[in-house]
Ligand binder design. Structure first.
Ligand code: MTE
Ligand code: MO
Length: 391
């Protein structure tokens, strides 16, 4: 056994802040609650399990600061203390050589990979779904744009040696259900759908991942919705038959048809798991209806992204969709990052201007004028509208 001091030293040697040995306090009354490592102005949708939404103002930055990134856990039994001396990432199941890797193994024995990628909950924007659906009523704050550093899942699996006839790779984290009857959050990806850029990350924005965002390791599936990005990842299991856990078989599924949508109120006949993100653009500034004086210049900015394809065109309309012009695009940080867009105009008349934004990715995927409905309000990407009142 190590003493606390030795553990802290070891963590410091790995560049992991001593902060992670603090306990998180979730038992306080809701309005007194504050979450370690997180800004006080995050919007608390639920204190336990924590659902914290990022206020709009943070999205003016190209990279979302770690203290402002949203938080979403399904189970109240979230990890609050992790002993890095004992922590191992276990790789087992249908493999030649089962592995037990320390954080240090991952940092020193594998090639590091880094990129900026949008993390977005499949339920982002759910509060705007019409007609409304149950589930966390996120505005646009269940997303962020973050730099991730880690090692390729493929390299880990190659080291373990996947046996012939393998079907799924299953991911489990350190969080536990409050009661045995509640299904644990375990997710899977079919072997055939794995791609090289999936990583097991140990850093977020060049620092250890905050506890609430999945310290010490989390899966990053860039371009895909975050439901699969298992936090505090501790177990990778290769299976020789299809994995049928609750969170894959029954939750986070969309209608299995080309639009992944159905008529409101209907139940889909067949469903499939939520995977690649839809193209999306969001107006960040102004964040709501704005009043300006005639002759005053109006500046609008926002972000746009798409599931693994660069957004190379953002179109803005100021007349409710009758005509569209190109917005200026910001710095390109790669196809998994969001890109900032900027547009300005000087109103020539008094009255209301209806601003709309449409992103189009490199394979021509855009956004719908009317949101594509499904019973859980996943993948919402309806073209947003904002009113500028000119007086
Ligand atoms: N272990 C674990 N990982 C998880 C979840 C969870 O409940 N447990 N929730 C998933 C969902 S639905 C989302 S949207 C993201 C949220 O990541 P964040 O809290 O870092 O923003 O984590 C994913 N990974
Ligand atoms: Mo999510």
């Amino acid at each position: 056994m190590y003493t606390r001091r030795q553990l802290l030293k070891q963590a410091a040697a790995l560049g992991l802040s001593t902060f992670y040995f603090k306990n998180l306090n979730f038992d306080a009354v809701a309005d007194e609650i504050s979450f370690p490592e997180k800004s006080k102005d995050l919007i608390i949708l639920s204190p336990r399990p924590p659902l914290l939404e990022t206020p709009n103002k943070y999205f003016k930055k190209l990279i979302t600061p770690k203290e402002a990134l949203f938080v979403r856990w399904h189970l109240s039994g979230i990890p609050t203390y992790i002993n890095l001396d004992e922590f191992r990432l276990k790789v087992s199941g249908n493999v030649e050589n089962p592995l037990e890797l320390t954080i240090q193994d991952l940092m020193t024995k594998f090639e590091p990979v880094e990129y900026v990628a949008v993390i977005q909950c499949a339920g982002n924007g759910r509060s705007y779904v019409k007609p409304s659906v149950p589930g966390a009523q996120w505005k646009y704050g269940a997303m962020g744009n973050v730099k991730w550093t880690g090692v390729r899942l493929k390299d880990i699996l190659n080291k373990a040696g996947i046996k012939k006839g393998s079907v799924d790779v299953v991911f489990n984290g350190l969080d536990v259900p409050p009661m045995p009857s509640t299904p644990d959050v375990v997710k899977s990806i079919p072997i055939d759908e794995l791609f090289d850029d999936i990583i097991v990350a140990y850093k977020m924005n060049d620092e250890p991942i905050p506890m609430l965002n999945g310290f010490p390791l989390r899966l990053i599936v860039p371009g895909w919705y975050a439901s699969l990005w298992i936090k505090s990842l501790s177990d990778i299991t290769v299976t020789d038959k299809e994995f049928d856990g609750f969170w894959v078989k029954s939750a986070y599924r969309v209608p299995d048809n080309p639009c992944r949508c159905i008529e409101p109120g209907e139940t889909p006949e067949k469903t499939k798991p939520v995977h690649r993100m839809r193209t999306y653009s969001i107006i960040i500034d102004p964040s709501d209806t704005k009043v300006v004086k005639l002759g005053e210049k109006v500046k609008i900015m926002g972000v746009a992204f798409s599931g693994g394809y660069s957004v190379n065109q953002v179109l803005v309309s100021i007349d409710g969709g009758k005509s569209w012009s190109k917005a200026d695009l910001g710095k390109d940080l790669g196809r998994y990052s969001w890109i900032q867009w900027f547009y300005e105009f000087t109103p020539k008349r008094k009255g209301e201007y209806i601003v709309m934004v449409l992103a189009i990715n490199s394979i021509g995927e855009g956004q719908p004028l009317k949101g594509l409905w499904n019973p859980s309000g996943y993948e919402w990407n309806e073209i947003q509208k904002l009113t500028i009142k000119v007086v």
